[in-house]
Design a protein around this ligand. Structure first.
Ligand code: NB4
Ligand code: NI
Length: 184
């Protein structure tokens, strides 16, 4: 099983690389890697397992974070309308997005960043994501609010972007233009 030892931290060059497309259908190895990433997220949300293996809780993980520079991400969370999201996605792509922005008033964190970086992280309020799931199906997801934020955080990792790259350097808690908080 994946543990925190497998997660690379900021400063590791893979976190600043643009990850490679995954040839489809995925190899046994790629399929297994993505299944392990999704299981890590689920384990991190299980109080007992998280404590036993000292896992930091997470709702998402991108393959570069385990030093695999491939376009794969896993997410597992319930959004603010109690809708469950649990996906392993290959070659995810944002095919459209709103002009309007959103953000978490609590800011963001990252399993590859062992420090707090305070500030609002402006993101698109609504996105449409296409990709291939763990069953080999083409999926098209219309996402808003918390779900849109989580998928954008993970897709950023596939493009070598860290959440704090979006924070206003001069005034981290400046209200982003044309934005509505997702968690209020
Ligand atoms: C990715 C998220 C940071 C902001 C918001 C949140 C947690 C992460 C990073 C958007 C995406 C990981 C991947 C949480 C968490 C709420 C739900 C359910 C029960 C505990 C869990 C805690 F753990 N971020 N951690 N950070 N990242 N919410 N929750 N709760 O997930 O670096 O690239 O279990
Ligand atoms: Ni992250």
């Amino acid at each position: 099983m994946l543990t925190m030892e497998d997660i690379v931290r900021e400063g590791h060059p893979v976190l600043r690389e643009v990850a490679n497309e995954v040839p489809l259908p995925p190899s046994e190895e790629d399929q297994k890697t993505l299944e392990n990433m999704l299981q890590f997220i689920k384990n991190s949300q299980d109080d007992q397992i998280a404590e036993e293996y000292n896992l930091r809780p997470g709702v998402g993980l991108a393959a570069p974070q385990i030093n695999v520079s491939k376009r794969m991400l896993a997410v597992h969370f319930v959004d603010f309308d109690d809708k469950q999201y649990s996906y392993g996605l290959i070659n995810p792509k944002i095919v459209s997005h709103s002009v309007e922005k959103t953000y978490l008033t609590s800011g963001e964190g990252c399993l590859s960043v062992d420090r707090d970086v305070p500030g609002y992280v402006p993101r698109y309020a609504r996105i449409t994501v296409k990709g291939t799931d763990l069953d080999g199906n083409e999926v098209k997801l219309r996402l808003r609010g918390f779900a849109a934020i989580v998928f954008q955080h993970e897709i950023d990792h596939l493009n070598g972007i860290m959440f704090y790259d979006h924070i206003n350097k001069d005034n981290p808690f400046k209200e982003p233009e044309n934005a509505t908080p997702a968690d209020e």
